[in-house]
Design a protein around this ligand. Sequence first.
Ligand SMILES: C[S@@+](CC[C@H](N)C(=O)[O-])C[C@H]1O[C@@H](n2cnc3c(N)ncnc32)[C@H](O)[C@@H]1O
Length: 232
Amino acid sequence: MSTPQYDRIAARNGEIDRLLRAYREDVEIPSVLRALGPVDGASVLDLGCGAGPFTRLLRREGAADVLGVDASAPMVELARRAEQEEPLGVRYAVRDIADLPVLGAFDVVTAFAVLHYADTFDTLTRMCHAAHTNLAPGGRLLALVGNPRLEPGVTQPNGFVLHRPDAPRDGDPYTVSLPTTPPSTLTVHYWTCAAYEKALTDCGFTDVTWAPVYGLPTGTEPVNLIVTARHR
Ligand SMILES: C[S@@+](CC[C@H](N)C(=O)[O-])C[C@H]1O[C@@H](n2cnc3c(N)ncnc32)[C@H](O)[C@@H]1O
């Protein structure tokens, strides 16, 4: 499988990155780093790495070995270009994470804004299975997933607008508008927290926990939720 919508959108990645930067830097990165804890010396597999912002962040945070995988060759090309421009020693591979073999026994697996691209529960489970089989015993997963509580039609703190059906059910597709010029649209899938929890525990994860998201005004829902889990 490739991700045709990302193959197309890769050309606009720079603009999207600039639009999302403030929310990412003020809210997502500090929250993710708190939820993850120290990664000093850790081996990290980043599923759906895109252009590699989090692979590079985790390497800078002290991870010893970071491998990013993504189904979109143009997105991986952007990540490799960033690595060429500023070498950090991050490795990349083009891979579908719903069909990922064991690439290693990593201390940490991350999945930033990718699990909600799963179009069926089977696909979601296969993505979680890839995370589980690539972790060393005791290893940790951290995923940033679409917040099912967000209100459709409302501009989110990062500029996204969700176009969701009323009363969505697990797996329902919906579009997200991004305020690029001209506007870009991505299709993702609605999953409840219970569906993520079931997919993770079905694969053998334990300690499935929703971590706090910091840096938002009281009462504001985060764009993405953070879930962590542990390899038994
Ligand atoms: C919203 S982007 C997130 C990229 C990066 N993690 C970040 O936070 O900037 C979603 C990424 O998931 C990738 N993706 C979607 N489905 C995938 C799959 N089945 N296997 C691997 N990558 C996938 C897309 O190609 C895209 O690069």
